[in-house]
Design a protein around this ligand. Structure first.
Ligand code: FES
Length: 147
């Protein structure tokens, strides 16, 4: 079933919590199961991810993958963090059962959404980063007045 690493990260998740005044925050949801993931990034002036935390309302596999994903992006540059795909995270966890693969996408999408938020706040463009499709803030922002 689950690898020892998955069980470890599920039972002792790393980097759970929030970052106050985070450089970027991304919140994504999985429409199928309704689970939600939020990632906070603290990025320094050299564009290195100094810290990363997550909060989730999600299943065990989502917790384990997010925990591993936060460990993998910490200390990395933005470009390197973009390479932390759900596949890379699953490999680092020694795999996930096939029915749980979609859960690992939440972490990747939330990291991308947080990087997008960071880029928008700083008026920069990050090569290779696409606008997050399922950022939960999206819908709310559309209703706000532009000024
Ligand atoms: Fe929803 Fe795993 S079942 S993220």
């Amino acid at each position: 079933m689950y690898s020892e690493k998955v069980m470890d990260h599920f039972q002792n998740p790393r980097n759970v919590g929030e970052i106050e005044n985070a450089s970027g925050v991304g919140t994504v949801g999985n429409a199928k199961c309704g689970d939600i993931m939020r990632i906070y990034l603290d990025i320094d002036e050299n564009k290195i991810i100094r810290d990363c935390k997550f909060k989730t309302f999600g299943c065990g596999a989502a917790v384990a993958t997010s925990s591993m994903a936060t460990e993998l992006v910490k200390g990395k540059s933005i470009e390197e963090a973009l390479k932390v795909t759900n596949k890379a995270v699953m490999e680092a966890l020694d795999g996930l059962p096939p029915v749980k693969v979609h859960c690992s996408l939440l972490a990747e999408e939330a990291i991308h959404a947080a990087l997008w938020d960071y880029a928008e706040k700083h008026g920069i463009k990050i090569d290779g980063l696409e606008k997050p499709k399922s950022d939960i803030h999206e819908g709310e922002e559309e209703e706000e007045e532009e000024y």
